[in-house]
Design a binder for this molecule. Structure first.
Ligand code: HEM
Length: 287
């Protein structure tokens, strides 16, 4: 029997006929995403008025919050929060992957590192989009989720380094040539813009606005997804867990209604802010 069918029959253990929920993200991962998206929104909302300081909305915003000095202050505050979150993430990978030698962090079906299957899935997905083949099936992380992760990871290094070089320019001037300090402004500004455009368009569409998840994927807030969702979105991971007899260990509690509603408000507010910033960026860029 193919793995997927076996997984389907293994999943008939329904608790009193109720829908089962499976854990996808731990509480720590969800908090980390919360800190990441709120500090990123803060950085975007304060970085854009600096970048497009001549536009009417940037000047209105600046005068509303106490001038460009205040905007720079909040930008640096959000940068510190994001830096701490990034360092905690690095420490977590180091502890799990290097010190504890946890299997599957750097390679395998549950790793964020891209592998040959991701290339095949990407090609298969493109073929499916144009009606030339079957829809590929995905495991724990699909190729676009890995792409989003690495885009943020490398972007963080580039934006972070250039940001601190501007912030502590006299210190960096001790070992960087003068032209490099001018270059970091360009790098920071362009990479910041790229990150904003990427997150508020591609990441939003990939994670929340595609037909599978529209209007919002709640799993990053609740940490759990229903069995139906799990099987539909990540049939390979579901099948692998069923085969290894590890499905039950991933069972989680159904999310409380008040928490789903609260998360919806937070999520929609974040999406609304992001889309507003995207429209302002595009209008300022092309005017
Ligand atoms: C560790 C992270 C970061 C640090 C340390 C940092 C720091 C800075 C500093 C010091 C400035 C110059 C402020 C001034 O003019 O005095 C700046 C500008 C800016 N930042 Fe960041 N930043 C960080 C992350 C980000 C991120 C994630 C974004 C995008 C979402 C971003 C977008 C911008 C933009 C667009 C500008 C204006 C550049 C221009 O004037 O053309 N920054 N940042």
């Amino acid at each position: 029997m193919p793995d997927l069918e076996r997984a389907d029959s293994a999943s008939t253990v329904n608790v009193a006929g109720k829908e089962r929920y499976f854990t996808r993200f731990t509480a720590a991962q969800r908090y980390m995403h919360g800190v990441l998206f709120s500090s990123f929104l803060g950085l975007a909302a304060t970085g854009l008025p600096m970048r497009f300081s001549q536009s009417f909305w940037a000047r209105k915003f600046a005068s509303g919050v106490g001038g460009f000095g205040a905007i720079i202050f909040f930008h640096k505050l959000c940068a510190l929060v994001l830096t701490v979150a990034f360092l905690i993430h690095l420490k977590d990978i180091f502890t799990r992957g290097i010190l504890n030698r946890e299997k599957g962090i750097f390679w395998g079906p549950n790793s964020m590192v891209a592998n040959w299957k991701d290339v095949k899935d990407l090609v298969g997905h493109m073929r499916w989009f144009v009606g030339l083949g079957k829809r590929p099936t995905f495991g724990r992380y699909a190729y676009w989720e890995k792409f989003d992760y690495w885009a943020v990871f490398w972007g963080m290094l580039i934006i972070g380094f250039s940001g601190y070089a501007m912030w502590f320019a006299p210190f960096f001037a001790r070992f960087l040539p003068g032209w490099a300090l001018n270059a970091v402004l360009v790098v920071h500004s362009e990479e910041g813009l790229l990150a904003i455009l990427f997150i508020f368009s591609i990441h939003f569409v990939n994670t929340h606005l595609r037909p599978d998840t529209f209007p919002m994927d709640m799993v990053i807030f609740t940490g759990v997804e229903s069995e139906e969702e799990f099987k539909h979105k990540r049939p390979e991971e579901f099948a692998a867990l069923a085969k290894q007899g590890k499905l039950e260990a991933r069972l989680g509690a159904a999310p409380a209604t008040w928490w789903i509603n609260f998360a919806r408000v937070i999520g929609f507010t974040a999406i609304l802010i992001g889309l507003t910033l995207l429209v302002l960026t595009l209008s300022a860029y092309f005017s």
